[in-house]
Design a binder for this molecule. Structure first.
Ligand code: AMP
Length: 600
């Protein structure tokens, strides 16, 4: 869509809140506390203070001094009571009727988080805001289509009768999702029946069929996380002949699409298009020969960009996504948010995924920032509250008291703390960000990694990002030999002494035993955490084990999660697991095991 007055309205609104970020934050906190005054959790910490008649500045000081920092486990008993049907004001004054399930694929366990209309409203706001910034550099045509690889998860009722499902599912089912399409005048190719089919393969097939049917009108391609686009395009490599046949005849393969509601909704939309099918067939024949390089721009020649979350744990899929996007189609990073709250918008769609920053939206929640320091990088002298591992995350960070948005410093790393309209109070999100700069009065954040420790045997401490870096380094010999690392996960094996790390790789292409041995050794050496290095040298941690799993293993893992209520839209491969079902799948599918040699 060309720049419209509504896109100017939303960017104008954002400039205003960004300019007055400090004041907006104080007012947001006051509003949250006024709205939820009297809720059991707040009462426990704030007693009966007169929130309404208190100056916003005084209230903020009082709030941060009286309400403690909390982790999900601290709020879980309240959320569980809500899920079980307790309608008294526990976290919010208004009863919560819907709960979101965070993807849980990082922690291996899904968490319930309250969801209210505020959650959908902010989703709509950030989508419109990001669309306005994108349209400045990549204008799209009004009335165009979006090929969206989006999936609703199963929605179910909790014991107390509340609807529960993932946050994206609630959003796709909401009024706001329809409003977004109408207001931005760009429409998703697939109808609701396809998004909510409950079978991601059937949904993906139909997303493609409709995406190809509307091919000339497709303005951009998107999924929540980059994994979603990569996974879909991998399926396309298997499906394209069926898709071309269906496109040519205006049919839907009986073998692939079995759900009646999705059959009807798609057949109502498509018509036979022999010439388009013939054109796509010839393109696919060419593409198959070139390993599908540049698939997206070849089949969707009018697409202006691909937009997804490509940062953090999505970085390992970037190379594959670039392969599918070819050399010229821009990759645009989608915004930064979580089931708990939206956080920041990508104002500069031209930024490469490696450099993108997210400008914090100060009206979405009340944000605090816990300064984090590496033990060898001493905090400034004035900060003498610094304590080791105060958050109990067990990682190597030292932390200081949280600061408000107005006091963050460029170049400093922080953990984000949220106070939301949905009843989370001083809630540690566990994400580490670095302040890259400011837009007016609001910080621009680089997403760094999740804080949670994933690999530890004894004195070693490795986070998701440490593993990601070690895998990146260790897989170089494999990549140089022309093979591809499809996905990976890990496990700290402490059953046999000494304990050791097991890293599972799924590989595409042929790799010799010699190269895999080299990878294993380099990966072991790439864990630079001091504890790991010392423990390896003294052999209190044994040699790293590299397990090569057969093709399709990670698809099985994804299907296991989806079968348990996760959604493709929010799926992230767990980078470390202690889940026995997953370990059984991984070990049964292991076709080769290697151990790194002596450690130097
Ligand atoms: P979930 O609530 O399970 O969907 O996951 C939310 C988490 O995904 C956040 O806390 C981040 O760790 C990660 N995440 C979300 N957006 C981004 C982004 N733009 N870049 C990197 N990681 C992100």
């Amino acid at each position: 869509m060309e720049r419209s007055s509504s896109s100017d309205d939303i960017t104008g609104w954002f400039e205003e809140v960004a300019t007055n970020a400090e004041k907006v934050q104080m007012e947001i906190l006051k509003r949250i506390l006024e709205m939820n005054h009297g809720a059991e959790y707040l009462k426990k910490w704030l007693g009966d203070i007169d929130v309404e008649n208190m100056d916003a500045h005084v209230l903020q000081s009082l709030y941060v001094s009286m309400v403690p920092l909390a982790s999900h486990v601290d709020l879980e008993p309240y959320i569980q009571r809500i899920a079980d049907g307790d309608t008294s004001p526990l976290l919010t004054k208004q009863p919560i009727t819907t709960l979101s399930l965070s993807s849980g694929t990082t922690e291996g366990r899904q968490k319930y988080v309250p969801f209210t209309t505020h959650s959908s409203t902010t989703t709509l706001q950030i989508f419109k805001l990001a669309a306005a910034y994108r349209s400045r550099v990549y204008p799209t045509r009004e009335g165009g289509r979006i090929l969206e690889f989006i999936y609703g998860s199963k929605q179910f009722k909790t014991k107390g009768g509340l609807s529960a499902g993932t946050a994206t599912t609630h959003y796709f089912a909401s009024r706001e999702f329809r409003i977004r399409q109408e207001e931005t005048k760009s429409f998703t190719c697939s109808p609701q029946e396809v998004i909510f089919s409950g079978d991601y393969k059937q949904s993906t097939y139909c997303h493609f069929l409709l995406g190809l049917f509307y091919s000339p009108q497709v303005e951009f391609i998107t999924s929540t996380f980059a994994f979603g686009v990569v996974q879909a395009l991998t399926l396309f490599e298997d499906y394209w002949r069926d898709l071309c046949s269906d496109l040519s005849n205006g049919t839907l393969s009986q073998r692939i699409i079995t759900i009646p509601s999705i059959r009807k909704s798609v057949l109502d939309l498509i018509e036979p298009n022999e010439s388009l099918a013939a054109w796509i067939t010839s393109k696919c024949e060419e593409l198959e020969g070139s390993g599908w390089h540049g698939l997206i721009p070849k089949l969707w020649p009018n697409a202006k960009y691909v937009c997804s979350i490509m940062t953090g744990s999505m970085q390992p899929y970037l190379e594959k996504l670039r392969h599918y996007a070819g050399d010229h189609l821009p990759l645009v990073c989608a915004d930064y948010g979580s089931t708990e709250s939206w956080i920041g918008v990508n104002m500069d769609p031209c930024s490469a995924p490696e450099k993108v920053t997210f400008t914090l939206v100060p009206s979405f929640a009340f944000f605090e920032f816990i300064p984090l320091y590496r033990p060898n990088h001493q905090p400034p002298k004035a900060c003498d509250h610094t304590v080791a591992v105060a958050g109990g995350t067990g990682d190597n960070y030292l932390e200081d008291d949280p600061v408000p948005l107005s006091q963050v410093k460029i170049g400093q790393q922080y953990e984000i703390v949220l106070t939301t309209f949905t009843g989370l109070y001083r809630y540690r999100l566990g994400d580490v960000v670095e302040v890259a700069g400011f837009f007016k009065g609001t910080p621009k954040l680089n997403f760094l990694w999740r804080r949670k420790l994933i690999l530890t045997v004894n004195i070693d401490k490795n986070t998701e990002n440490d593993l990601q870096l070690a895998v990146q380094k260790g897989s170089q010999p494999l990549i140089n030999s022309g093979a591809e690392l499809v996905d990976f996960t890990s496990h700290a094996n402490i059953v046999n002494q000494p304990g050791h790390y097991v890293v599972y790789w799924e590989i595409k292409g042929e790799v010799s035993e010699h190269i895999l041995g080299q990878c294993c050794k380099e990966m072991d050496a790439a864990f630079v955490d001091h504890g790991y290095v010392v423990a390896r040298k003294t052999n209190s941690i044994g040699p790293l084990e590299l397990c090569v799993v057969e093709r399709g293993t990670f698809k099985k893992i994804m299907e296991y999660f989806i079968g348990n209520g996760a959604t493709m839209s929010q799926f992230k491969t767990p980078r470390c697991t202690t889940n026995q079902v997953l370990l059984r799948i991984l070990n049964l599918c292991t076709v080769k095991r290697l151990r790194s040699t002596a450690y130097h």
